[in-house]
Design a protein around this ligand. Sequence first.
Ligand code: FAD
Length: 493
Amino acid sequence: MSEQWDVIVVGGGNAGFSAAHAAAQDGGRVLLLEKAPRAWMGGNSYFTAGAMRTVHGGLDDLGPLVEGMTDDRFDRTDLAPYTAEDFTADLQRVTQGRTDPELSQILAAESRQTIEWLHRTGLRFELMYHRQAYEVDGRFRFWGGLAVGVVGGGKGLIAQHLAAAEAGGVTVRFGASVSGLLTGDAGEVTGVTVAGTNGPEELQARATVLASGGFEANPQMRAGYLGAGWDLALVRGTPYNTGDGIRMALDTGAQPYGNWSGCHSVAWDAGAPATGDLELTNQLTRGGYPFGVVVNAAGRRFVDEGADFRNYTYAKYGAEILKQPGSTAVQIFDAKTAPLLRPEEYLSEGVTHHTADTLEELADLAGLDQAQLLATMKEYNAAVTDDAFDPTVKDGKRTVGVTPPKSNWAQPIDAAPFHAYPVTCGITFTFGGVRIDAQARVLDTSGHAVPGLYAAGELVGGLFYFNYPGGSGLTAGSVFGRRAGRAAVADRG
Ligand SMILES: Cc1cc2nc3c(=O)[nH]c(=O)nc-3n(C[C@H](O)[C@H](O)[C@H](O)COP(=O)(O)OP(=O)(O)OC[C@H]3O[C@@H](n4cnc5c(N)ncnc54)[C@H](O)[C@@H]3O)c2cc1C
């Protein structure tokens, strides 16, 4: 006899836990199946900084939601409101107008109430002073539309989710790799099969929520959909997101949707392991490039390091690094710009790093074409304008007459010691997936809902194209995970 559940959730990351909480809170008997062993629980969500983009009305509005505020800090903080229109405009701008209008509108409009719901469910939040604010003239100024994060980052997020799920009556099974969907005569999804050494185990459910991530950890799918060279990218997070849920959904007739040739990828420590490091997690990111210069092995610049706040460029610059010779690049800073780098990313143990008193020596240590690097830096330094430097606004302190330009935060790199950080492309998650409607029901290729099948998180396509506003992935997983969980439990009939 196979077991009968109200809702089975496939995948125990942020989207899956959000769906499980919502279904259990509405009275469902919920089973969450996670492929990874407990030691690797939490999927990509574990590896995050826990940053969650949300609409808010400024400091007074967020005060009751966040922990760790002292009066002194509160009085010295500048945090501009971030509206649903701002969130939607950011999504449209970075996706070049392609984001699904209905899904992106829901994401922006429900971001705040979803964070409050997570808070009521047991998650703890704080303002991200350490990542999203700089202290200027004695005041902490937030920048880039992202202010709220989970206490403890991704590790805290998953610990809090698991505790809330257990307290809420959700049954969680680790090491349970879902290998297929069970379907009835009318094509409705009636449960799942779980791979096992004695053959697949069948588990019945009135509704199933797929939340098993993208295909970023599957080199064959990366090469096939993202293109040549992507099989060689390093994976920033879990090795378990191999596209299983997407494949199962497509096998039952789900509609492929979104930017299948696109992904989120960043500048990542060139010495990082092939997949995520459970201890260092997000610390292998190198997000300080807006304050320095990025060159390839030939000693040439190839991106506008200051095109926008890091939150709006970091997710597309990994792909630019992948295109360079050897798929590597080097970030260069000097004595005046290095103090702007975040210690947890640039000063942790194990960071691949070279320091030298001259650029000549630095070029040799980092394996760069020395003559070309010196020419590049001479031209760059001479092209920097005299405008005032301010890391909290797009300061317009730029280069004139060099290609590519640097549009903001350009300072001459001329004060020893010099620092070089070798980076490569680290893939975060893939943008292509299955199509859902507003209730997170999976749609088939005719546009009809597949009965009994819901989806949320990375495996949903249509929200992100080419690029991504930082902190949107977790919020999207929770907004649509919550919708999926509610709708799935209402499916009990
Ligand atoms: C280093 C890093 C930093 C990031 N920082 C942020 C950030 O600060 N803010 C932000 O918004 N986003 C961030 N992201 C992106 C974020 O991780 C994702 O958008 C989000 O976590 C996706 O959640 P998810 O639940 O869809 O996927 P996941 O959290 O990856 O969960 C999917 C789960 O499904 C499981 N699974 C896979 N296949 C099966 C199967 N066959 N059967 C059962 N289970 C299966 C996996 O093991 C995994 O646990 C970051 C990502 C990385 C890698």
